[in-house]
Design a protein. Structure first.
Ligand code: DGL
Length: 282
């Protein structure tokens, strides 16, 4: 039996944020080719109902199945929190979300700071993720003594998608207001419960101070993917020169420019997919 599998890993997010997971995958898994799908025309998902999020996510994942992926990565917390249970059973390949890896990392970080006993960790995420209660539930399954104080931060995603820098005065003011409860709590750790937020992680860390450890699910998710590929004997064969191909539902230059910034390397021009095409295929 061959130990290598040249099929791509398919990664999906509502927009740019999932690229933080792509960056981690590229660091951990040099031999893999990656197909990325950003549903940029219908973003944000985080303000929509679970029914709409499920419907959009299903359409995007079905589109990605055209590339015969060996694995689907849902690099969006909102989808992972509200729709993963339904989606996971619908595809013939494993579907990996970002929430469980993030919750496990938060528990590990909390236990490093508080060896045992009750403690409270912070969570920032979209409205849909906070409303779903999926993080507190996942964390309590792992350790019922850890409580979660969550806050929705709906302004962060549009600012990131717009390309605002973390040093921007508006960004600083918004962060200061959103993070106030965690400053008061002197939270030992804060979960960045949205794949967009690591882009602002340095600015968030500055507002919170050194006592708060930031938990970013991107690297944890890449590790879970690596473990799964090992179990499947399905690592990619050789590093290719350009391992990443991106598909987006909104036309325009912004995704390409910002993607290069987030990944620290230029990307090939993304391919545009009309949202009507996704809708008509379901
Ligand atoms: N990527 C989404 C998440 O991780 C946030 C963007 C959106 O609201 O669509 O929750």
């Amino acid at each position: 039996m061959s130990n290598s599998d040249s099929r791509p890993i398919a990664v999906f997010d509502s927009g740019l944020g999932g690229l933080t997971v792509v960056r981690a995958l590229m660091r951990r898994l040099a031999g893999e080719s990656i197909v990325y799908f950003g549903d940029t025309a219908r973003l944000p998902y985080g303000t929509k109902s679970p029914r709409t999020v499920l419907q959009f996510a299903r359409q995007c994942l079905r589109f990605l199945m055209r590339f015969d992926p060996k694995l689907l990565v849902v690099a969006c917390n909102t989808v992972s929190a509200t729709a993963l249970g339904d989606l996971a059973g619908e595809f013939t390949v494993p579907v990996i979300g970002v929430l469980e890896p993030g919750a496990a990392a938060a528990v590990a970080a909390a236990r490093q700071q508080h060896a045992a006993g009750p403690c409270t960790v912070g969570l920032i995420a979209t409205e849909a993720t906070i409303t779903s209660q999926a993080y507190p539930q996942a964390i309590s399954r792992l350790d019922p003594a850890i409580h979660v104080l969550g806050r929705a931060c709906p302004l962060l995603v549009p600012m990131i998608e717009e390309g605002r820098l973390p040093t921007n005065a508006v960004v600083q003011a918004v962060l200061q207001e959103y993070l106030e409860p965690f400053i008061k709590l002197r939270a030992p750790s804060l979960i960045l419960g949205c794949t967009h937020y690591p882009i602002f992680s340095e600015a968030i860390a500055r507002v919170l101070g050194p006592q708060t450890h930031l938990v970013d699910s991107a690297d944890e998710t890449a590790l879970v993917v690596k473990q799964r590929l090992a179990t499947m004997h399905a690592f990619g064969p050789v590093p290719s020169e350009e391992p990443l191909t991106c598909y987006v539902t909104d036309q325009g230059q912004r995704f390409e420019n910002l993607a290069a910034h987030f990944l620290g390397r230029p990307i090939r021009q993304p391919v545009w997919v009309a949202p009507e095409l996704l809708e008509s295929a379901t």
